[in-house]
Ligand binder design. Structure first.
Ligand code: NOJ
Length: 774
């Protein structure tokens, strides 16, 4: 009966020091020395005209606290030069590579540190979780699956924090669309339209949307950003059930909660609900008002101590007291084009290999017939499409919005931005496709890297070396009359764009689809590469006999062109798999294709009922019997694999297992939720002639009503030379086999039951299966 409502949970839990946070006593000692004004100064950003940081906390010089610089974003340092542009979340998701997720975030963390940032606002981004197909920010997150997202997110948290900055995991929670993400005044009636309310039931919250955040908290994330939307009708950043209840009590989160920018809409209520820091400015509701509220007895000083202690504990936990760190914000100047300011080159030359590897591993080959790929010493190549070349213009300060400013679009609808320029993040158009190759998405996750390698530039370099004849046409949608019939292949490059601030208008576009069809009409070896910032439908042409190969290239970052060239030529075998399903039609999504529009009574209080519960993406398609074009977890490579020898070993004696976890609360919840209770292994043999990596996946059917038919609960990526065999291993933790018991308000293991376990190459190519008996 709580559906759409948020019960009150008070008071706000104090930090307990569990799970490696015992140094919080240092934070307590420091806070003890602070005046009330100093303590409140920690809880809110202030306008700083010389700083280029997205958020600034003032220094307390007399206590040796240098202040804080909070800066975007998830795939590199935003609004800065001499930084690298890393693959975006969706690309890392498609790599299914935990080691890579760790190393990439470690490298990004190093760049933040060298630029003088204290808090990196992602990685990781763990929500949105791709609920709405058109969601504008789905590309910032790894996957539509909570398990995959959480597994990679935990690595990202560790990577960032092992390299000297605080990781801010975002957006907690239910930020599944851009439409109505913020309140605004309706100009016609002069009435406020509140932000959309993501109405999520308790079980769906636990098993789906909160799941990856539990991984991040367990991995030690020292800060969490609450989201713009309302959750069950209470703003996420003032929601006591969410912050005090779920996050700080149930997950035992020890760090601080920071608001998304301008996401605070009330004063004392947000503090008591569990918000610790407001961005970008504290003065509106907190600041002097908060000090005054303590003085007049509206809130206790103890509560302010709690907030300040959490902030300082995160600071110590992430070793920000290290005197060798660069001065706060030193490399982030207000105008980063101002050459008078010394520029700090944040890059570490040792990260070059990692950037290339990351760029390669997120490419997913989904079609390859007639021996099309890899290319075999081509004598002539024809290259088509607006996405093959560099954009006509690069951007500098425009990089604040990434390509969303300054670049002309191939295909877009102008929109009147209805959100108001929140932090300057309202793109000028609804992006469909961008005229120029696309290496990332737009908004706060956009980076301005030192260079961008386009597919054409890299292919041209290769052609020059090998004496290959090239033809190209980047502009016309109908280039057929130009196709030289001696072309070994016609390479077509397109993109599907997306930006923060607005949802996507479509998951296909007619300009690009015509381009493919026109080339394929005349060229019998048409190879399509799509740089896609989210799901992109391909049914208009996927079965065309002349479309011989198709690659979802996602958002590879600065080494994009070099990476696709290596794959096309077979220097490396593709090794990505889809972190989402690709359906045949928009209608396959049912009600979660586009954000709901509101016209009735809820026009001013938009309600988004997450009625489908945990059944999104493959969980929905499996249940509804919908046959996707390409299923979740699918991807081809240049060899073939065989699976054999499935083994399941219970690592805990079943007779000692209890239904509910008994362990103490540590960051991430009950400690024993994280214990491995079974280990599954299988053998993967490369039966082809080239080396390649396989991503073996484990799915579990939890034997209970209303559970998905199968859900991902393990994956292992192994590189296997031809004719060799590797063993893949999956560890099943108590939480992986538990469901959320709404009445018991705890995770429940089905002790005494048989769990069907499947190991295979995708969510529908399940090669091996057996029962796990608990
Ligand atoms: C709004 C975005 O939602 C968030 O992801 C970002 O970190 C902040 N703005 C700061 O730019």
């Amino acid at each position: 009966h709580f559906y759409g409502q948020s019960p009150p949970i008070y008071p706000s839990p104090e930090i307990s020091g569990t799970g490696g946070w015992n140094e919080f006593s240092k934070a307590q000692a420091l806070v003890l020395q602070m005046t009330l004004e100093e303590k409140t100064s920690l809880t809110g950003g202030y306008p700083n005209e010389t700083s280029g940081c997205g958020g600034n906390i003032p220094a307390i010089a007399r206590l040796g606290f240098p202040g804080m610089c909070l800066q975007d974003g998830p795939n590199g340092v935003r609004a800065a030069d001499f930084v690298n542009g890393y693959p975006s979340g969706i690309h890392v998701g498609a790599s299914w590579n935990k080691t890579l997720a760790y190393s990439q975030s470690h490298a990004i963390g190093g760049e933040f540190r060298r630029k003088g940032a204290t808090v990196a606002l992602g990685p990781p981004v763990l929500g949105p979780l791709g609920r709405i197909a058109l969601g504008g920010r789905n590309w910032e997150t790894y996957s539509n699956d909570p398990y995959l997202t959480g597994a990679l997110g935990a690595e990202a948290v560790k990577g960032v924090q092992d390299n000297g900055v605080i990781s801010c995991t975002k957006h907690f929670v239910g930020n599944e669309q851009e439409m109505h993400r913020n309140p605004r005044v309706d100009p016609d009636t002069n009435t406020t339209i509140e932000a959309s309310s993501s109405n999520i039931d308790d079980r769906t919250m636990h098993e789906h949307y909160m799941w990856p955040f539990a991984d991040a908290v367990h991995a030690g994330t020292a800060s969490i950003m609450c989201a713009y939307e309302r959750l069950n009708n209470s703003y996420s950043c003032h929601n006591s059930k969410l912050l005090n209840g779920l996050l700080k009590t149930e997950l035992g989160f020890q760090g601080f909660v920071v608001s998304d920018w301008f996401a605070q809409h009330t004063g004392i209520a947000s503090a008591t609900a569990g918000l610790d820091m407001v961005m970008p400015y504290g003065y509106e509701f907190w600041g002097d008002n908060l000090t005054e509220a303590v003085r007049n007895g509206s809130i206790s000083e103890g509560h302010i101590n709690n907030m300040a202690t959490r902030i300082m504990a995160a600071w110590y936990f992430s070793h920000q007291d290290d005197k060798s760190l660069p001065p706060v914000g030193v490399g982030l100047t207000a105008n980063f084009e101002d050459r008078r300011a010394p520029t700090i080159d944040a890059r570490d030359p040792n990260d070059a290999g990692l950037l290339m590897e990351g760029a390669i591993q997120g490419h997913v080959l989904v079609k390859n017939v007639k021996n099309s790929l890899p290319l075999k010493a081509p004598r002539m190549l024809s290259i088509y499409g607006y996405d093959a070349k560099l954009p006509d213009k690069s951007f500098s300060s425009g990089g604040y919005n990434g390509w969303a400013l300054g670049l002309q679009s191939q295909n877009y609808r102008s929109i009147v931005c209805g959100f108001g320029p929140i932090g300057g993040q309202c793109p000028a158009f609804e992006p469909i496709a961008i005229n120029g190759t696309m290496i990332g998405g737009g908004g706060s996750g956009a980076v301005t890297p030192v260079y961008m390698s386009s597919p054409f530039d890299a292919l041209e370099k290769r052609a020059r070396r090998e004496g290959t004849q090239l033809f190209w046409d980047f502009n016309t949608e109908n280039a057929t009359s130009n196709i030289n019939s001696n072309s070994d292949a016609c390479l077509v490059f397109l993109n599907a764009a997306s930006s923060e601030g607005v949802d996507r208008p479509s998951v296909r576009d007619s300009f690009s689809d015509s381009l493919v069809k026109n080339i394929a009409a005349d060229c019998d070896n048409t190879i399509v590469t799509i740089h896609n910032a989210g799901v992109r439908l391909v049914d208009e042409w996927i079965e065309h006999p002349n479309v011989t190969a198709v690659i979802f290239a996602h958002l590879p970052g600065q080494d994009s062109g070099e990476a696709i060239t290596k794959i096309l030529y077979g220097d490396v075998s593709p090794s990505g798999k889809l972190p989402y399903s690709v359906p045949r039609n928009e209608s396959d999504y049912g009600p979660v294709y586009a954000p709901v529009t509101h016209s009735g009574w809820d026009r001013y209080f938009p309600q988004d009922d997450f009625k489908e519960g945990v059944f999104t993406d493959y969980r929905a398609f499996d249940r509804e019997g919908i046959d996707p074009r390409f299923e979740f977890g699918f991807g081809l490579t240049y060899t073939t694999f065989e699976y054999s020898n499935l083994k399941i070993e219970n690592t805990v004696d079943s007779s000692t297992l209890t239904s509910y976890p008994m362990g103490p609360i540590i960051p991430g919840g009950h400690s024993d939720l994280w214990d491995t209770i079974a280990t599954v292994t299988a053998d993967v043999t490369n039966t082809g002639s080239v080396e390649a990596a396989e991503i073996a996946q484990l799915y579990v059917g939890i034997p209970m009503q209303d559970q998905p038919i199968r859900q991902l609960r393990g994956f292992d990526k192994v590189t296997v030379p031809p004719e060799e065999t590797r063993t893949v291993e999956f560890k099943l933790r108590r939480r992986d086999l538990s469901t959320w018991d709404v009445h018991g308000q705890n995770w429940r293991l089905l002790v005494g039951s048989d769990y069907p376990v499947y190991v295979g190459a995708s969510s529908r190519n399940l090669k091996l299966s057996a029962n796990l008996s608990l």
